[in-house]
Structures are given as structure tokens and as C-alpha cells.
Ligand binder design. Structure first.
Ligand SMILES: [Zn+2]
Length: 73
């Protein structure tokens, strides 16, 4: 299965509906995008990922420097 965000072939079924065969949820093991079988997925080209963009992703947002309160009043 092809991931609609990074175009890798590492997408798989993550979970299926517990009753009947109503829906499935898929996940990409490369970029961790997930989506439902009931959605029509269309990823805007601006939000597509490639190897370079994935490598440059930050894990967590950086913490800004502390603001020291110099106000002695
Ligand atoms: Zn992906």
C-alpha cells in the first residue's frame, strides 16, 4: 500500500472495525501518517514529505531561551 503523504510502500492496515467490515485505519511506517478507509485522501503537494524533509524534521519543538526578569522593583 502506498502512503499518500510520502509515497513510500510502507503503509499497512493498523486496525479494522471491530464489528462487520465497515472501515480500516492505515498507517505509514515511514512518516507515521494515518488515515481511514472512509476518507478520500488528497495530500496537498505543499504537505508531501520526502526523505530530506523527514530527516530535517525536529523531534520536539525547541524550548526558547528563558526570559530573565531584571525588574528589581
Ligand atoms: Zn508516509
Amino acid at each position: 500500500m502506498i502512503c499518500p503523504r510520502c509515497d513510500s510502500n510502507r503503509a499497512r492496515v493498523m486496525v479494522t472495525s471491530p464489528v462487520g467490515n465497515e472501515w480500516e485505519v492505515y498507517v505509514c511506517e515511514k512518516c507515521w501518517f494515518s488515515w481511514r478507509s472512509t476518507e478520500k485522501i488528497k495530500v496537498n503537494p505543499k504537505f508531501k514529505l520526502n526523505d530530506q524533509k523527514i530527516a530535517e524534521m525536529l523531534i520536539i519543538p525547541p524550548i526558547p531561551p528563558l526570559k530573565i526578569n531584571d525588574d528589581k522593583g
